[in-house]
Design a protein around this ligand. Structure first.
Ligand code: SAH
Length: 266
């Protein structure tokens, strides 16, 4: 597949956040050549599945145990068939791919990963913002609140809030109140801007902003308690002014007019 025709190979493909046009060209090609596709039921846009060839076996992973998924993928891959495991967004964020890769490897099956557009990028596009703020924070933290999956105690949200970095919260859509409380305990002012993006890049995408102290209340009023990314930080309101286009700032494509301050490439 993809010109390599290797036996015993599974492609882990990032499907993008929702809009089916946001899968990569490579991901789409692999999908169009697949004999078996296992996809994450709740968050993958089914329109993508129309790109599978006729006769392709298509299985919803949400109805299967990990062992069942691994068994069927390994079986087809070892027969030399083209196998795609489709993950929402980018597989590197909360994708739980490690266990699949390990178990497939134990059966003699290698995995290769095709990156995807994460809901992280989908949400920034929906909000029209830049997470890193010229002249402001240069850091983005991707995290979540503990749910059934614990979060290490050293990664308490208060610790990150205390830095003033942009915070992107996955898997925490129903915990707006808790996010406000912890961020404020960490030292962020209650009027810090925050936003949520529900189903970024889907046709029913919804976006809202609130002061940090009102985040939970506002999300409840808008009935947003799932499939949302929450962003906390000044980036929601401020875009800053980049040094990149400052005439005093030189970079590899342009010479400075004057001696400029240090900066970064966008
Ligand atoms: N690998 C995925 C994240 C999987 S975890 C990615 O890169 O996007 C699932 C969480 O991701 C959800 O609880 C939600 O917080 C976020 N998420 C996934 N798709 C989303 C979308 N289209 N819009 C907003 N948030 C989304």
């Amino acid at each position: 597949m993809g010109g390599c025709g290797l036996k015993g190979l599974v492609w882990i493909v990032g499907a993008g956040p929702g809009d089916p046009d946001l899968i990569t060209v490579k991901g789409l090609r692999l999908l169009s050549e697949a004999h078996l596709v296992v996809y994450a039921g709740s968050l993958i846009n089914r329109e993508l599945l129309h790109r599978c060839p006729e006769g392709c076996e298509v299985l919803d992973s949400s109805k299967m145990t990990l062992a069942e998924q691994v068994r069927v993928m390994a079986d087809r891959a070892l027969k030399g068939l083209n196998v795609v495991r489709l993950h929402t967004g980018d597989p590197s964020l909360y994708g739980a791919i490690g266990e699949q890769i390990r178990e497939l490897k134990a059966l003699g099956v290698e995995c290769r990963i095709v990156p995807g557009v994460s809901s992280l990028q989908g949400a920034a596009a929906a909000l029209g913002i830049e997470y890193t703020v010229p002249g402001g924070t240069q850091t983005l933290v991707c995290t979540r609140l503990p749910g059934r999956t614990p979060v290490p105690s050293k990664e308490d949200l208060r610790v990150y809030a205390s830095t003033g970095a942009t915070l992107a919260l996955f898997l925490s859509s129903d915990m707006g109140d808790e996010i406000s409380r912890l961020c404020m305990e960490g030292g962020l002012p209650g009027d810090t801007p925050a936003a949520w993006v529900y189903r970024a890049t889907w046709p029913d995408q919804r976006v809202g902003t609130a002061k940090l102290r009102e985040l939970g209340q506002r999300m409840k009023a808008e009935h947003v308690n799932r499939q949302a990314l929450i962003i906390v930080g000044r980036c929601v309101e401020e875009s800053g002014t980049s040094l990149l286009y400052d005439p005093r700032f030189s970079h590899m494509y342009r010479k400075a007019h004057d001696e400029g301050p240090e900066g970064g490439m966008g």
